[in-house]
Design a protein around this ligand. Sequence first.
Ligand SMILES: NC(=O)c1ccc[n+]([C@@H]2O[C@H](COP(=O)([O-])OP(=O)(O)OC[C@H]3O[C@@H](n4cnc5c(N)ncnc54)[C@H](OP(=O)(O)O)[C@@H]3O)[C@@H](O)[C@H]2O)c1
Length: 269
Amino acid sequence: MLSFTDTSMAKKIAIIGGGNLGKSIADGLLSNDFEPSHLTITRNRIELLKDYSDKNVVITQNNKKAVQSSDIIIIAVKPYKIEDILKDIASEITSDKILVSVVSDFSIQRIADHFDVQPPILRAMPNTAASVNESITCIASENASDNDIKEVTSIFDALGEVILIDEHLMDAATVLGACGIAYVLRFIRAMIQGGIEIGFDAKTATKIATQTVKGASELLLKGGNHPEAEIDKVTTPKGCTITGLNEMEHNGFSSALIKGIKTSLDKIS
Ligand SMILES: NC(=O)c1ccc[n+]([C@@H]2O[C@H](COP(=O)([O-])OP(=O)(O)OC[C@H]3O[C@@H](n4cnc5c(N)ncnc54)[C@H](OP(=O)(O)O)[C@@H]3O)[C@@H](O)[C@H]2O)c1
């Protein structure tokens, strides 16, 4: 469970862009007893935020007002919208506010360039597993104090795990963590297809594949072993596991994944 720092519990938070990620962040905060009236969410179609206004969260289309009344501002709009948002809210930004952007491929410097004053600016890169509180969120900052970082970390702790990284690794974090969800899902889909071919119905194959992926992750997370050490445990000499695994490698299994990760990074950078 999230343990907010005492100060962040008292702070007011604005989420500019109450879409998929913005709502996941809001859900994380609310499920950890964040005071709803201290939270403001903005989007154009505010009728889609009725569930939140019902809970006493402040809902508005007015980004300036949201910034005025908040201490921590989380920007969660699509990348092509962030310039307009920053221009809109610039006049309301003071040095005592904390700015957090979850927008990919938009640097802290580019955000700072929009303001006359310099508030602490952080970038956070969660993934879609934030909606089930199982995200890995990479957070970077250049000018935030330890306390600012603690405040922001406590928000994203509610969505899963948090690690601090240098900003120069933010694109790599986007690929490995955020795009990574898609790579793993495609892997699971392939496993399901293989499972169906060897005899299971889709539902059963999905259950076996998803729980197996979860179990493999837990072995590493809880056991702390290298993946190959766990593979050694299940590969009997001349057995079916090593034979199948080697066939996958002959067809470029690891290589395809590594090349895909590098290609995704080339596309962002
Ligand atoms: N989804 C993820 O897990 C994830 C992970 C890492 C990073 N990100 C980044 O997070 C950002 C948001 O992604 P998303 O998937 O949540 O997108 P999304 O569902 O499209 O949400 C974007 C939200 O921004 C709102 N918006 C647009 N113009 C606005 C304005 N002028 N003022 C206030 N709100 C405005 C939209 O509201 P209307 O629809 O009402 O216009 C929409 O609710 C992106 O930059 C993405 O790269 C997402």
